[in-house]
Design a protein around this ligand. Structure first.
Ligand SMILES: [Mg+2]
Length: 124
């Protein structure tokens, strides 16, 4: 199971990579949405974990790109945000996010959310 991760915050990005790698996922991580989108197009992935607030291209734009691309439109996407604002989450779901997690998060919660999305892929 390959996961593309994008977060401009070094600490959170490292943490997500560590948690997912430790659970056996193959992880590709990028520091902004533009690089993540380029990498996704080049290498593909089964799932995406995207920070909302990033320079160059934010998580919402990456999500829009994913949902309008035939190769990736069904890919599960978990959004991360440091802001607990409800409008952020509403915008995320309306853009097609599958799940939403507010930072800081509990490590086990991140992993269990990712596993839920993984089960959905495996059921197909
Ligand atoms: Mg950020």
């Amino acid at each position: 199971m390959r996961v593309i991760v994008a977060d401009d915050d070094d600490n959170f990005r490292s943490l997500v990579v560590e948690i997912l790698t430790g659970a056996g996922y193959k992880v590709a991580a990028e520091i902004n949405g533009r690089l993540a989108w380029e990498r996704l197009q080049a290498e593909g992935a089964d799932m995406a974990v995207l920070d909302v607030n990033m320079p160059e291209m934010d998580g919402f734009q990456v999500l829009r790109n994913i949902r309008t691309d035939d190769r990736f439109k069904d890919m599960p996407v978990l959004m991360l945000t440091i802001r607990a604002f409800a409008d952020d989450q509403v915008q995320g779901y309306e853009t097609g996010a599958d799940d939403y997690l507010t930072k800081p998060f509990d490590n086990d919660v991140l992993l269990s959310r990712v596993k839920v999305l993984e089960r959905r892929i495996l059921k197909k």
